[in-house]
Structure formats: C-alpha cells, structure tokens
Ligand binder design. Structure first.
Ligand code: SF4
Length: 412
C-alpha cells in the first residue's frame, strides 16, 4: 500500500500587491512580503498596512496565507516600535512573521501573542538541536540555511517535528546565508539590515600576489584575464521534488521579492504542478521536461542544486558564460476574452507587434502559441505595434484564454 504523503506548501515571493495576487492565482499556497520596517529588501515594493489587509483578504478568498518578513539585524533603537508593528500584523490577519534577531523574536512573543513566528534563513539554522532550541522558544517553523544538505534535512526531520521551510528556487548568496558583510565594506550598505548592493556580483581584478611582490593587474595587457566575479548561480530543485517531500520539508520556498510577475507566475505555476503531480501519484511521477524548459524561460543565471547534494566547487557555483539564454520576453496579460468573437483584450507590459510569435500561459500549466496577426488600440484603430507601457489592445486569439493569463514573446 502506498503511504500517504504530506503535501508541502509552495511559498512564493511577493514584492507588491500585484505580485501577491499573481503568485496565489498561479498556485502558491502562501506568499511572503515585506512591511515598511525590519525587513531585508529595502528596495522591494514593501507593503503598507492597507495593502497587507487587502493581500490577506485576497489570500483568504483563495485559502492561502501571507507571511511578513522582519529579518533584519537590529542595533540599539532599531527595534523601537516593533511591538506595535507585530500587533498590527496580527490584527490584520498575517499568518506568521519571519524573524531572525532574538530581540525581535522576544518583542513579538511578548507584545503580539498569537502571531506565529518563523525563524529566518538569516539565522543560519543547520542542525536539529538548533531547531529544538527555537521550538522551545515557541517558534512554529524554521527556514533552514541554504547550506544544509539533503542528507542533513533527512537527519533533522528524524529528530524534530518543528515545521521546516527550505529554499527550492532562486538566487543564492556566495557567502554563508546571513553572514555576509561584503556590501557593508564595498558600498557602506548593510546586507543584514536591508541594503545589500550585491557586491559579490561586481567585477573585480584578481591578483595572485606572493608576499612582498608588487601588485600587477592581470586584467589588461598580454596576460589579460577576464574580470573576476563571485556571482553565484541560481538554485533550482525542480528535478528533486520527491527528495524534498519524502524528507518531510513542510514549505518549499521560492526566492525573489524583487522579481517580476512574469517570474513569480512562471515559477509558482511550475512548482505547483510538480508538487501536486508527485503527491497524487508518487510511483508514476517523473520530472517533466516542459517544467524545466518553462523555468529556463525566466532564468537569469545558470541553475544548480546549491548545497543539497554536494558542497559546490567554484566551477559549480560561479556564474560564468550562460549556457542558455532566455529567449522569451514578458509582453502582456489578458484582461478579458470573448469566446464568440475570439477577441482578447490585452494590457501591454512590453513592446510587441504584428508578426511576433507569442505564447499564452495560465494557471494549471496551460500553454499555447500563436502569431500576432492583427490588433487594434482602444479607439478601434488597427495598429502594427503596441509600444506604450500598459496600453490596451485587442487581438484575435485562436484558443480560449482567461483573465490573468500571461503572454510572452519569443525572440525575434
Ligand atoms: S553581497 Fe552577495 S553574498 Fe553578500 S549578501 Fe549580498 S548577494 Fe549575498
């Protein structure tokens, strides 16, 4: 008899209210967002209390959850007002707050009882004893450090029943999670207080300098070498969903609160399909090539499995020449479709024109391709191009599409 598997949550990033709704529409069970304080993405579109309330109402309608990230390192006076902040989140109906600093954890527990607390990956939790410690402190979930291996997850799960959240997709730090001060030194922006300037991804001159010798640049002249960057490749665990489910991971986390709705919809859509397929029929499950291909349509760097199966070497982990370059560009979203006339109303998000090969995709992994044969602007005038951001156009679409479906354009 096949054992019943616990279906893990698909947890998506949401930098804005639009991304929150998109992620849930495309299958996320939960989203994580930032408030106006205490988070680590000072440049992401952080939420006001009113936006949070609207996001929570939308999530509830769709049986989804909203978590708020408050995982900065707090210096003296940084935590002022945190109690009121957590109380407001609780009263709005936020499902949990993701925190790393013990000061904020204490404040949240004391001043906003009833608001569940998750430990952020910034705390670098890597073993069962650490998870047990935080469970005794009253936390419901721990987001593991990205440096934990799959074998370690299996061992941790065997020793503790606290919820485990693990990253499955998105950007990686070249430094140990939550331990990087490169940005602080290079640009005076504190990576652990919301200001990372991604200094690891800059280009550097690299020197091999024996003690006492004068420095010689190797980036020009006869011995020229490529500038050196520590930019890490991205993570993708799409080919390893069974390992994550079998080892008892409760929440599968997608990175990227600063990423686009194209990225969020695509990645949530793929992992929704993979998790549902595996849990429904583990014996006949296989990772479909079309899921991998789909993730490549929004990939920005090469993809790897991070630290899950081995400690990566510099060759595995550093981002070199792209092996694959995305050939798709997000161009619009469907606002409505008339089945009688087979005309769709589209909101433009990037330039496209008559003759372009485009692809429609929607929740539930529905896809089809067609060519733009003709289109009209809002006044009903035939147009050859849709050059203006957010302009509304009408076009014939051969198959039924739904409100919220997205459109990509293939490279010309
Ligand atoms: S500088 Fe790079 S390694 Fe350091 S926190 Fe920023 S992204 Fe991560």
């Amino acid at each position: 008899m096949t054992k019943a598997l616990k279906k893990p949550e698909v947890l998506a990033p949401a930098g804005t209210l639009e991304k929150l709704k998109t992620a849930i529409h495309y299958g996320a069970d939960a989203v994580y967002i930032g408030g106006n304080a205490y988070g680590l993405r000072s440049r992401a579109g952080n939420f006001t209390y009113e936006e949070m309330a609207e996001g929570v109402a939308f999530a509830r309608e769709h049986q989804a959850k909203v978590y708020v990230v408050a995982n900065m390192v707090t210096h003296e006076t940084d935590a002022e007002g945190a109690g009121v902040f957590f109380q407001k989140l609780r009263d709005i109906g936020i499902s949990a707050v993701i925190v790393s600093d013990p000061a904020l954890i204490e404040i949240c527990a004391a001043e906003a009882p009833g608001l569940p607390i998750h430990l952020s990956t910034q705390s670098s939790a890597t073993n069962a004893e650490t998870l047990a410690f935080w469970q005794e402190e009253g936390l419901e979930r721990v987001v593991l450090a990205r440096e934990v291996s799959m074998d370690e997850i299996r061992q941790i799960r065997a020793k503790t029943d606290i919820e485990i959240e693990a990253f499955i997709h998105g950007a990686m730090c070249i430094s140990y999670s939550g331990r990087c001060t490169l940005s602080n030194h290079m640009s005076h922006r504190d990576a652990n207080r919301g200001g990372c300037s991604q200094s690891c991804r800059w280009k550097y001159d690299l020197f091999d300098l024996p003690f006492g010798e004068e420095r010689q640049t190797l980036t020009s002249g006869d011995n020229a070498e490529e500038p050196f960057s520590m930019s890490a490749v991205d993570m993708s665990m799409i080919e390893h969903i069974p390992d994550l489910v079998e080892n008892g991971v409760d929440s599968l986390k997608i990175e990227g609160r600063m990423k686009s709705i194209h990225y969020v919809s695509t990645v949530a859509n793929v992992y929704r399909q993979a998790v549902d397929s595996y849990v429904a029929d583990p014996e006949h499950y296989y990772c479909r090539q079309e899921w991998i291909d789909e993730l490549w349509k929004v990939a920005q760097r090469e993809l790897s499995t991070g630290f899950y199966y081995d400690v990566p070497t510099e060759n595995d982990q550093l981002f070199g020449a792209r092996r694959k370059i995305p050939v798709y560009k997000f161009i619009g979203e469907v606002l409505s479709y008339d089945a009688d006339t087979q005309l769709a109303v589209i909101r433009q998000r990037n330039h496209f024109r008559v003759g372009d090969d485009i692809e429609f995709y929607g929740p539930g992994f529905t896809h089809f391709e067609q060519t733009v044969t003709e289109m009209w602007n809002e006044e009903g005038t035939a147009i050859e191009k849709a050059p203006n951001a957010m302009m509304i156009v009408k076009m014939p679409v051969a198959q039924p599409v739904k409100t919220g479906d997205m459109i990509r354009r293939k490279s010309r």
